[in-house]
Unconditional design. Structure first.
Length: 377
């Protein structure tokens, strides 16, 4: 979901990264094999035509990363992902052709897949080279993420980088930054959530725990290919009690509504309305969390809340610093739960986070911060 490498990026030890391709169409098998083999960073470790065959081939082929089709004969992409992450954890990149129906790839991301990318489809399409390069870059990036085994019945079906630092202790008290002079929780007016790799599952967990009638508008930036964004917003709406929609220029944000940045556009909050921008990428991203957070710093000042979640790169880190400087409440996801800690880690390193929280405590903190007329504990 986050493209931060280029075709010349070396791999560890200059060894080619081994890719297991799981795809039932012989034509697409050949196309993906050509795309992967043409990249000097990658090689095809094997090709499986079904999920069952893929599970049998993993031990024999020892891939570094799996390219997974989502519509397979027999078990679907969600079940394949779930079994791989329980039995032989590997980085999984979902390669999707139908960008309108994201139920299965989104469930696969919840089960532990790291990214969803568009299938090249045909060498005749005008943007073939761009799509093929993005696929290869994602395979390279995700192959370097160290995933962990998922226990059956575990509360979180999310991969994580390990070993991780211990999460902060939980004593139920709010930091001083959340408390007004009269001892009450400060008044806040908006929340911004920014995520990249591992973000769909993290965002789903947070939004699932926010009740209908949550008193603030919620702005979301998720790094994902533009064709997937409408489906992603629709999917988030199925897991959240809050209405979720793509941000549109001129919208007036309403409390209790989630606004997702659309594909290939920055989303800003300007003068109490949403504005979209086709300005150049920031931190290699459009939409960029940096742009959203900076606009919130200007538009909401000390009454904004910024949350920077899992992701590779530095997007959002300096924007969270800008929010912190104007007195906003800023949260960075703790390394103990982040799939990749680079983005939230950047904010922490720059002094932009009021606190670091494990993912399972973020929604609870948001509810504390938005409690009405309650004294801070």
């Amino acid at each position: 979901m986050s493209g931060v490498a280029n075709a010349g990026t070396p791999t560890p030890g200059n060894r080619r990264i081994r890719v297991l391709v799981v795809e039932d169409s012989p034509v697409i098998q050949q196309l993906l094999s050509h795309v992967i083999s043409a990249d000097p960073r990658l090689e095809v470790a094997g090709i499986a035509s079904s999920g069952e065959q893929a599970l049998r081939m993993i031990e024999r082929t020892a891939p570094d990363v799996v390219s997974l089709d989502i519509r397979l004969p027999g078990i679907d992409g969600f079940e394949v992902t779930s079994r791989i992450m329980r039995q032989t954890p590997l980085p999984i990149v979902v390669v999707a052709s139908d960008v309108r129906d994201l139920d299965i790839p989104m469930r696969a991301l919840q089960a532990g897949a790291l990214a969803v990318v568009e299938k090249p489809g045909s060498m005749a399409r005008a943007d073939y080279q761009t799509v093929a390069h993005h696929l290869c870059t994602q395979l390279v990036i995700m192959s370097q993420v160290k995933v962990i085994r998922h226990r059956i019945g575990a509360r979180s079906a999310k991969p994580a980088v390990g070993p991780a630092a211990e999460p902060p202790s939980q004593d139920g008290r709010l930091p001083e930054a959340a408390v007004a002079a009269d001892g009450r929780v400060r008044r806040f007016r908006a929340v911004g959530l920014v995520a990249s790799t591992g973000g769909p599952a993290a965002l789903a967990k947070i939004l699932r725990e926010l009740p209908a009638g949550f008193p603030l508008p919620v702005f979301v930036v998720q790094h994902m290919g533009a064709p997937f964004m409408a489906g992603f917003a629709n999917w988030l709406g199925t897991v959240s009690a809050l209405p979720v929609r793509l941000g549109e220029a001129g919208m007036s944000p309403r409390p209790g509504t989630v606004y997702v940045a659309p594909g290939d556009r920055h989303m800003l909050v300007d003068g109490g309305t949403i504005r979209l921008s086709a300005d150049p990428m920031v931190c290699g991203q459009r939409p960029s969390g940096e742009v959203l957070f900076q606009s919130m710093a200007r538009g909401y000042g000390a009454s904004g809340i910024g949350v920077l979640l899992t992701g590779m790169g530095e997007d959002g880190g300096r924007g969270l610093v800008d929010m912190h400087r104007v007195g906003a409440y800023t949260i960075a996801e703790h390394a103990s739960t982040a799939v990749i800690h680079s983005m939230p880690g950047t904010a922490v390193r720059l002094g932009g986070a009021v606190e670091e929280l494990p993912l399972d405590r973020v929604a609870g903190r948001l509810l504390q911060l938005t409690s009405d007329d309650k004294m801070a504990s």
